[in-house]
Design a protein around this ligand. Structure first.
Ligand SMILES: Cc1cc2nc3c(=O)[nH]c(=O)nc-3n(C[C@H](O)[C@H](O)[C@H](O)COP(=O)(O)O)c2cc1C
Length: 341
């Protein structure tokens, strides 16, 4: 392999070929949608640097999404995607907004896509990217219109499942990696890990935590500082205290808010024991505890009480760097690893 081939990331690009062709990007590196973080600036920077940016619709109204897509398009002529949460009450209208803008890739996250949603997206010619926690569900979603799959391990930041990325990769890639487009996410902080998953049959990867504090990210300086200071062990999954009060697992940096959440669960369980509250109301109090908390951390910089969603790779995020530098580093490390093998 010549030096030129090393600089061109030749081996990496060969293994990423199917993924990059599908995305229409130079490299099959997606920046996973991060609510409040993945807006026009970060998304366009990722796509302009050869990766694939994805707008996080989160709880946006159709009107807000409309404006965000238009603003992103003004900043890049490269392809990017839109991530929609399947339980959003206005999902149908959000899909219509994507259709209006001829969005090329829609990611459906947060649960099984409701009936008709995949069809509605494909009707305007966009590709559908789905998540699946089990192999059986993955096969079903790919059979019923999903064009590509992301498998995401519990090392990831944000909402997580119970299984690690390394185990998911071993379960999914040998079985469906050849016939389908599978991207791996969760815990990836360096290119050597990307090389490993590509060699196992992934067509690309998705990273969130590594990009959250890029120069182009609008996250509050205090949010970024918290990331730079944190080690892998600080990014913990939320803990459920009482079997009656379900907690959706989320990985975030430990802070006052996560401690207070444990106290809150104990208090609500006590009130339940004393029969001073109905079960539904108790469960709602737990469910609503974190409402608005990610915005408080990302936008307002409330790092004490807000939700600092972060994956275990946060320990590898040490300073603010431009997206182009992060992508070049990842590709360089990936290429070196592949050349050594
Ligand atoms: C701050 C933050 C917010 C996130 N918000 C979302 C979201 O709104 N929708 C979604 O599908 N995934 C969300 N994720 C997950 C990312 O898209 C991505 O899959 C994940 O970060 C990959 O794992 P990593 O953090 O180990 O790189 C979020 C992750 C972080 C760190």
């Amino acid at each position: 392999m010549s030096d030129q081939a090393t600089q061109d990331f030749a081996k990496s690009k060969a293994l990423m070929r199917r993924g990059a062709e599908f995305l229409g990007s130079k490299y099959a590196i997606m920046c996973g949608a991060m609510s409040w973080v993945s807006e026009r600036n970060l998304v366009s920077a990722i796509s302009n640097a050869g990766g694939f940016g994805i707008i996080a619709c989160g709880a946006m109204t159709p009107d807000l999404l409309d404006r965000e897509i238009a603003a992103t398009r003004a900043l890049t002529d490269k392809p990017f995607g839109v991530n929609l949460i399947t339980m959003h009450p206005d999902l149908t209208d959000l899909i219509a907004v994507c259709a209006k803008h001829d969005v090329t890739h829609v990611v459906l996250a947060g649960g099984i896509p409701p009936k008709g949603s995949v069809e509605a997206i494909k009707a305007f010619g966009a590709k559908v990217i789905v998540f699946a926690p089990t192999l059986a569900l993955a096969k079903k979603l790919l059979r019923s219109g999903g064009d590509a799959l992301v498998i995401e391990g519990m090392e990831a930041g944000g909402h997580i499942g119970p299984v690690s990325t390394s185990v998911l990769a071993q379960e999914f890639l040998p079985e469906i990696g050849e016939d389908h487009l599978v991207f791996v996410a969760g815990g990836i902080g360096r290119g050597e890990a990307i090389a490993g998953y590509l060699e196992m049959g992934a067509v690309g990867v998705q990273l969130g935590t590594r990009f959250a504090c890029a120069t182009e990210s609008i996250a509050h300086p205090d949010f970024k500082k918290a990331f730079f200071r944190a080690n892998a062990r600080d990014a913990v999954a939320s803990v459920q205290v009482d079997a009656r009060l379900p907690v959706i697992p989320v990985r975030a940096l430990k802070n006052k808010g996560t401690e207070a959440f444990t106290g809150k669960q104990r208090d609500v369980a006590g009130v339940l024991d004393r029969k001073e509250i109905e079960m539904a109301e108790a469960q709602l109090q737990i469910e609503h505890y974190w409402a608005g908390a990610l915005r408080r951390a990302v936008i307002d910089g409330d790092v004490e009480n807000g939700s600092l969603m972060a994956g275990q790779s946060v320990g590898m995020v040490k300073a603010e760097e431009p997206v182009a530098t992060i992508i070049a580093d990842l590709m360089g490390q990936c290429e070196e690893a592949l050349q050594r093998h």
